[in-house]
Design a protein around this ligand. Structure first.
Ligand SMILES: Nc1nc2c(ncn2[C@@H]2O[C@H](COP(=O)(O)OP(=O)(O)OP(=O)(O)O)[C@@H](O)[C@H]2O)c(=O)[nH]1
Ligand SMILES: [Mg+2]
Length: 269
């Protein structure tokens, strides 16, 4: 299995640490902590999971190849590190899905708005993979490729589309019309969200409402992509804080133990 590791917080410029010059990449990886929380993208092949991640992390829509196994990105969100796992939608990698979901705090179930089957697959093929996720895992249902069906998504602003520096002539004409038939309405995704909560035995009253957790996005134009990831990051903060406080109570300060030992030794000798 080939796994690509894409870590966005590394850079190559030098940094002074302990009076010795070391490459920033080394210094950063030395201080790089274990991710505080894990987010996973699941969904059928071709729905645009990798493209959504490229759009969010690299601010670009670029050519993709069908993912092999999975790929891992690390996002620094304030003082926290969030690992985001891109998984392969191809049937042959299906067995790996539950491994990637292990301990996940948020799962993005992704479909293509022009493919009814891609929504059906989420329930039939992918939902059971989330059994290994954290008990209080948050779910989002995301209909990608909205630019193909929705003029609003097609005409997302130049900043969202990553076209800040493009010449006006390179920008898509604002009169462009959607080119495909929408097969999945947002209401269909919201109904699926309800079924996901019931499958996970999560109480609908105390869970996030479907209107908040069902998104339509376009990795191509950037429509709603930042909104998707940043809404989820905000929602997993409580789970990060809980984990950190659990870890703090379990942490033993080895330096303090050594000092205590030394002073005991001093007293008896
Ligand atoms: N029009 C349009 N095309 C998109 C969008 N997102 C992805 N695509 C295209 O859809 C195809 C599949 O995109 P990927 O991101 O590779 O899909 P994936 O879900 O990662 O697929 P697997 O890795 O095989 O599971 C590519 O040709 C993309 O260019 C989008 O928002 N709009
Ligand atoms: Mg992919």
């Amino acid at each position: 299995m080939k796994v690509k590791y894409n870590i966005d917080i590394l850079s190559a410029s030098p940094l002074r640490v302990n009076k010795r010059r070391v490459p920033r990449a080394m210094a950063d990886s030395a201080k790089m902590k274990k991710p505080d929380v894990k987010l996973v993208l699941l969904g059928d092949m071709n729905v645009g999971k990798t493209s959504l991640l490229h759009r969010y992390m690299e601010r670009k829509f670029k050519e993709t190849v069908s993912t092999v196994g999975g790929a891992f990105f690390l996002k620094q969100w304030g003082p926290y590190n969030i690992s985001i796992w891109d998984t392969a939608g191809r049937e042959q990698f299906h067995g790996l899905g539950s491994m990637y979901c292990r301990g996940a705090s948020a799962i993005i179930l992704t479909y293509d708005v022009t493919s009814w089957q891609s929504l059906v697959e989420l329930e039939e093929r992918f939902l059971s993979l989330t059994d290994t996720a954290s008990e209080d895992c948050i779910f989002a249902i995301v209909g990608n490729k909205a630019d193909l069906t929705d003029p609003k998504a097609l005409e997302a602003g130049p900043e969202e589309a990553g076209l800040e520096e493009a010449e006006p002539s390179e920008r898509p004409p604002s009169t462009a019309v959607p080119s495909a038939r929408k097969q999945v309405q947002r209401e269909d995704a919201m109904t699926l969200y309800g079924r996901v909560l019931r499958y996970k035995l999560q109480d609908e009253q105390s869970s996030q409402p479907a209107e908040r957790m069902c998104f339509e996005t376009s990795a191509k134009t950037g429509y709603n992509v930042d909104l998707l990831f940043e809404t989820i990051f905000d929602m997993v903060l409580p789970s990060i804080l809980k984990k950190r406080s659990e870890n703090d109570t379990r942490t033993v300060d080895l330096e303090e133990c050594r000092d205590a030992k030394r002073s005991r030794a001093g007293c008896c000798s």
